[in-house]
Write a protein that binds this ligand. Structure first.
Ligand SMILES: [Zn+2]
Length: 241
């Protein structure tokens, strides 16, 4: 998963959403209103803006492996119709993630979402990556001595630890990143900016945050890079933030 930064909607699309939110306020079911709205130019602009947030490959914001094909309501619009037309509640998602999630939306005892919101927080605070299997798992939380509950709920809901195609995509991306770092390590002099650029281009799955985070930093070849060329390691770590 990758932290996604939300862009502002063009004014016309935003005021269309505001109008729809007002018109449907208090309605227990907005499915029809949503279906009608979905055909409009304003919603096409919403999709374009979400695509711009995901980068040139327009990947799903949850798995970051498949193509993001539709608007996803983070708080599902079935049980939470009042959030259907709120821009901060919209993400771009693939059909598979959309199917796994459906109307499921676990909440903590305090009423907070247990699903990671990639547009509102850094997913790697809750998730971990296994380079051998390519699976995403819940990050071990040292403070509580247990896996992150939010990470666990997210992995379970989206089945991030048992999707073969997705895992293969992550493994391939990791190998590309590893190969660039290994190639840099074989050079007499490492150009920090060039390496950072290569890695950013190779990172189709948001993995660099993990590679240059607390877990990846202790693994070969990232630990070797930090050892041999601390400035290059620091430049890459800064570039992925
Ligand atoms: Zn997906």
């Amino acid at each position: 998963m990758r932290r996604t930064h939300r862009l502002a909607l063009p004014r016309r699309a935003q005021s269309y959403l505001d109008g729809r939110a007002q018109a449907t306020a208090g309605q227990p079911n907005v499915e029809r209103a949503w279906k009608t709205a979905r055909q409009t130019k304003a919603l096409a602009t919403v999709v374009e803006t979400l695509q711009a947030m995901t980068g040139p490959r327009q990947r799903c914001m949850y798995c970051v492996d498949s193509h993001g094909s539709d608007i996803e309501h983070f708080w599902p619009k079935g049980p939470y119709p009042g959030r259907a037309f709120l821009w901060p509640n919209m993400l771009l998602c693939c059909t598979e993630c959309g199917r796994f999630k459906g109307d499921r939306f676990p909440l903590s005892s305090a009423g907070d979402p247990m699903l990671v919101n990639p547009s509102a927080e850094n997913p790697w605070e809750h998730l971990d990556f296994d380079p051998d299997t390519g699976n995403l798992t819940a990050r071990y939380d040292a403070a509580s001595g247990a896996p992150s509950p939010k990470g666990y709920a997210t992995v379970q809901l989206l089945r991030l630890d048992r999707r073969e195609g997705m895992a293969e995509g992550y493994r391939r991306a990791y190998r590309r990143i590893e190969a660039f770092v290994n190639a840099a390590l074989s050079e007499a002099v490492i150009d920090p900016d060039q390496l950072a650029q290569q890695l950013l281009l190779a990172d189709e799955h948001g993995l660099l945050h993990w590679c240059f985070g607390p877990v990846g930093a202790n693994l070969r070849p990232f630990a070797a890079l930090r050892n041999k060329a601390p400035a290059a390691w620091a430049a890459c770590a800064a570039a992925v933030q």
